[in-house]
Design a protein around this ligand. Structure first.
Ligand code: PRP
Ligand code: ADE
Ligand code: MG
Length: 177
């Protein structure tokens, strides 16, 4: 995306070679959040993208944990609700769950069933798309509760990992590496 606001966001993303493991180049989004002007510009762009790609959105879903940095602010701006996808054991009440693959082993994502209505238009927000396993699982989970994922929005996409190929729903990224 050629947008001077996104260029400013990109300039603040800090690279950490060999974190959390040798061979991984970690792209740290937190320096953006330390700069309120640039963080606000990022949120503005994310809101614009949701308005453009999913004008009928009814619910923003954020993925634990870095998706929680953006989802609620976007939802407030769009005057729609926010619901979390959390790692297992953190949410009370009736839940739906999905297992997903990590680099080593698997984990489980959960949502509260009461947060979703049949056919509801949902936009999923996260900070980063790498292998796509996280976003794929989130899409499956939202489908399981009967809602409809209309868009996936991430700040960063690591294109070499081809995560986009795993995600069957429309997916927008603002910054690619
Ligand atoms: C990171 C990142 C994405 C996910 C992308 O989350 O925030 O959610 O990895 O990876 P994938 O596309 O290969 O599935 P992580 O699980 O490290 O947890 P965090 O958000 O709690 O930091
Ligand atoms: N999550 C998965 N891969 C990542 C990376 N390279 N940088 C930051 N977060 C990540
Ligand atoms: Mg995450």
């Amino acid at each position: 995306m050629t947008d001077s606001r996104i260029e400013r966001v990109k300039s603040l993303i800090k690279d950490h070679p060999d974190f959390p493991k040798p061979g991984i180049l970690f792209r740290d989004i937190f320096p953006v959040l330390r700069n309120p002007a640039v963080f606000q510009e990022l949120l503005d762009v994310m809101v614009e993208q949701v308005k453009a790609k999913a004008p009928n959105v009814e619910l923003i879903v954020g993925l634990e944990s870095r998706g929680f940095l953006f989802g609620p602010s976007i939802a407030l701006k769009l005057n729609c609700g926010f619901a979390p996808v959390r790692k297992k054991g953190k949410l009370p009440g009736e839940k739906e769950s999905v297992a997903y693959a990590l680099e080593y082993g698997t984990d489980i994502f959960e949502v509260q069933k009461e947060a979703f209505k049949p056919g509801q238009s949902v936009v999923i927000v996260d900070d980063l798309l790498a292998t796509g396993g996280t976003m794929k699982a989130a899409c499956e989970l939202i489908q399981k509760v009967g809602a409809n994922v209309v868009e996936c929005l991430v700040v960063i996409e690591l294109t070499d990992l081809k995560g986009r190929d795993k995600v069957t729903k429309p997916c927008t990224s603002l910054i690619t590496y």
